[in-house]
Design a protein around this ligand. Structure first.
Ligand SMILES: Nc1ncnc2c1ncn2[C@@H]1O[C@H](COP(=O)(O)OP(=O)(O)OP(=O)(O)O)[C@@H](O)[C@H]1O
Length: 293
């Protein structure tokens, strides 16, 4: 029997006033990191809040490791850790006090590991959350979430406010953790660097509609900018995979399906004079644009 997916959504909808998230159908695989990417207001936080049970869906099904919040909330809460943005209600508490509360939920909690992560992030255990800077708050929340060793991590903009050293420490922790445990991570982000550093797969959200997951390396390999020789060229619509075209200063096109486009150009005797992979930020921008059409 196969083990249940870390996260499965079926016809999942959340209505917030005139904004509708979904319907979403998606199944995540264990052990992968998914970047949830989309413009402001596209529904990333709404989706994460629903996954954390901080908001109830309007309709549809949400399963975490085969459990639903309606029937088995307790079972879910021991398998999921989250870093909301920010940790509301924790202002009066120190990190040590928060550990008393959160650590007691998780069988796999390890105090030594918690202290080691806090020290690595240079967060004092006795400072109140309300008196921490934005970056310190984020590191406090990450320290708590990572120390749970929960097999599903939900992170809302986890690197927001982190300095360069802390971002590197987070990356290092995730890499080290991946060697000893199978953990699925869903992280919402506006940072191309986060996607580059952390993501295996990309989930795109646009106006509440979810697309993907796309495998990041496959995306990067299939999108490309090609410069062509100046033969009489077919129209863009006739070139399979082409998503954009420009004549100046030299004919060039952007393809989302490099292999197919190159095969077509070769069959039609059109020479490619130069090729460049598309930068990730441009790729994501174009992918969002494409999904909007
Ligand atoms: N408190 C609220 N009450 C009603 N509707 C809301 C509320 N907050 C957000 N919304 C609606 O939900 C939509 C999605 O918001 P959400 O915060 O999930 O987007 P997001 O993708 O996380 O945005 P950002 O990238 O700006 O953080 C918004 O466009 C807005 O219409």
């Amino acid at each position: 029997m196969t083990s249940p997916s870390p996260l499965r959504l079926e016809r999942f909808v959340k209505q917030r006033d005139d904004f509708r998230l979904g319907p979403i159908d998606v199944v995540l695989e264990p052990g992968l990191t998914y970047a949830l990417v989309g413009p402001n207001g596209s529904g990333k936080t709404t989706l994460l809040k629903c996954l954390m049970n901080l908001m109830k869906p309007t309709s549809g099904k949400l399963e975490i490791f085969g459990h639903t919040y309606e029937r088995e909330e307790q079972a879910i809460m021991t398998q999921v850790a989250f870093v909301p943005d920010p940790l509301d209600g924790c202002e009066p508490f120190t990190l040590w006090q928060m550990r008393d509360f959160i650590g007691s939920w998780y069988a796999s909690w390890d105090d030594d590991d918690f202290a080691r992560r806090a020290a690595s992030f240079r967060i004092p255990l006795d400072k109140r959350y309300g008196k921490m800077s934005q970056g310190e708050r984020k590191k406090a929340a990450l320290t708590l979430a990572l120390s749970t060793h929960a097999p599903l991590l939900l992170l809302d903009e986890p690197t927001n406010g982190l300095d360069i050293a802390s971002r590197n420490r987070l990356k290092q922790m995730l890499v080290e953790d991946a060697e000893i445990m199978e953990r699925t991570v869903v992280l919402s982000t506006h940072s191309v660097e986060d996607i580059r550093q952390f993501a295996d797969c990309i989930l795109l959200l646009r106006n509440g509609a979810l697309e993907g997951p796309y495998e990041k390396d496959a995306l990067v390999a299939s999108w490309s900018r090609l410069w062509l020789s100046r033969e009489p060229l077919p129209s863009l619509a006739d070139i399979p995979g082409a998503v954009d075209w420009s004549e100046v200063p030299f004919p060039q096109l952007v393809t989302c399906d490099r292999t197919t486009t190159l095969a077509f150009l070769s069959e039609n005797g059109i020479q490619v004079t130069k090729e460049q992979p598309l930068p990730l930020d441009e790729l994501l921008d174009r992918l969002l644009e494409k999904s909007a059409r």
